[in-house]
Design a protein around this ligand. Sequence first.
Ligand SMILES: [Zn+2]
Length: 206
Amino acid sequence: MRFHRLTTILRTFTTSLGHRSTPIITKTASRYPSSSPSRITPLKAIPGLSFLGSFFSSTAQSQNQDNMTYPDQRSDQEWRAVLSPEQFRILRQKGTERPGTGEYDSHYPAQGVYNCAGCDAPLYKATHKFKSGCGWPAYFDALPGAVKRFTDSSFGMERTEIVCNNCGGHLGHVFKGEGFPTPTDERHCVNSVSLRFQEGESKAKA
Ligand SMILES: [Zn+2]
């Protein structure tokens, strides 16, 4: 089992890297030396981010999934069968949608739940959502136990990645201490592509 998982990780890793075999973290860090959190938004805003996205995905994936098991253990092949190419790029390869383009960026229903677009697990309530102006859907909290956090050291800076706790699908990042007038001191910055809105709250646990 462990060998199988390792093989899967290695296959993913090498697929993401193509033929490169040099340490990707070092290359990425040296190319983008800034370590200031304030650089995060401008970096995401760069058009044509695909090559950055592939670097980002491989480093984050190798760090985060070594010892992780999720209830939903579908393989990449199985995910490709049910996700759109864009959903697969973001959820399974830790990509990022372009700011201001997401379906739920300016979506503020009075009630309802945002589920994982991969496995349909409920993640955020409509009442968790707030206007951050950052270009991605922003939530000040998640449903209890719905989201898992990892340290993401890609691009030479330290951020906190958030994934669906049921399938490991990449959601985005969480930032603290920005001064938004919300009940918490956090902003869950989530890709719309990673979410599917459902009216009503019947699936929410809390
Ligand atoms: Zn999920």
